[in-house]
Design a protein around this ligand. Structure first.
Ligand code: UDP
Ligand code: MG
Length: 307
């Protein structure tokens, strides 16, 4: 059986179309399948529409969250409820063409455990998003020791083995694409063209994008902390040398300069760095705090499915 996992948040404008296209693609295989929509606390008619579809089509499962827990939590829930031998994670907005799923399944048939979609071209996205994504994925791969492939999103196929391995990782603030790389197994990429959103607007405002970006770095690397140490160390060395210089001026010469401007500049600059590093350490501590509280990644309101 194949499980298709679709996280949805306020997607009333696209849900019918993505249901139709996904069903069209997956039913062409003539194999059993399930279509799992994880409704991440939508405030529009998304739940009603999927509920209506579910009544007509026994292959559809609807998992309703109690509120908005975020895209990564929705994917995680989809994996928890999936019963297939292979699961495909895909966005609802049809930016990732469902037809690619058939190629993914072919590669899975050849023995691959993870087939991740690699974005070749991205249509209709802002220059800002393209640029930040490009920089971010490269920064991330230089910071982490595991291979997180560049230019991939969460559109991918994973095997039952990978899914079970990931279910054993109870960490919070999940960065699913990183975790998939982390578990290992036989992975392969599949290049595709990312299209424009079918309808509606992006559900990833800058705030959510930033959170995802920070989660990616902090879940897979503590190099930023090491960088903080390095900066602190260089500052100390520099200050010590400067101290020697100042003492030399004081003791051996008469021209000790009274420089208000330079003091202020150095003070503000070093204070800025110190605060930044404190914030950075805070990010990691915040994550330790989240883990310690050990709250679930999501709360399900109800699951609607045939049996
Ligand atoms: N999504 C979600 N919860 C959220 C935000 C987004 O489940 O809090 C879903 C959304 O419905 C879509 C997918 O995650 O299916 C990707 O979102 P979107 O297409 O808006 O992101 P973009 O492609 O613009 O990065
Ligand atoms: Mg999208």
């Amino acid at each position: 059986m194949f499980s298709i996992i679709v996280p949805v948040y306020n997607e009333e404008a696209v849900i019918n179309e993505s249901y139709a296209r996904l069903t069209n693609v997956i039913s062409s295989l003539n194999k059993p399948y399930e279509l799992i929509f994880v409704n991440d606390g939508s405030k529009d008619k998304t739940a009603e529409i999927i509920g209506g579809i579910q009544k007509e089509d026994g292959n559809v499962t609807l998992v309703n969250f109690s509120r908005n827990f975020g895209h990564q939590a929705a994917i995680t829930a989809g994996m928890d409820y999936a019963r297939g031998d292979a699961m495909i994670i895909i966005d609802a907005d049809l930016q990732d063409p469902p037809e690619v799923i058939l190629d993914m399944i072919k590669l899975w048939g050849q023995g691959y455990d993870v087939v991740y979609g690699k974005r070749d071209k991205r249509e209709g996205e802002t220059f800002f998003k393209l640029l930040t994504a490009k920089i971010y994925y490269r920064l991330l791969s230089s910071l982490t020791d595991i291979e997180i492939p560049v230019d991939t999103g969460d559109f991918r196929l994973i095997s039952r083995k990978v899914c079970d391995a990931m279910k054993n990782l109870p960490e919070k603030n999940r960065y699913v694409r990183g975790l998939v790389s982390w578990v290992g197994f036989k992975q392969v990429s599949l290049t595709y063209v990312r299209e424009e959103r079918f309808a509606g607007e992006t559900k990833y405002p800058l705030r959510k994008m930033l959170k995802l970006a920070v989660d990616g770095v902090t879940s897979f690397s503590y190099k930023p902390l090491r960088l903080a140490t390095m900066i602190g160390f260089s500052f100390s060395v520099f200050s010590f040398l400067y101290l020697l210089y100042v003492l030399y001026l004081k003791v051996f010469t008469t021209n000790t300069i009274s420089g208000w401007a330079s003091i202020i500049v150095i003070l503000l600059f070093s204070q800025g760095i110190v605060l930044m590093i404190l914030g950075l350490i805070g990010e990691y501590i915040g994550r330790i705090y989240e883990e310690a509280k050990n709250r679930p990644n999501y709360i399900v309101n109800e699951v609607i499915r045939k049996d």
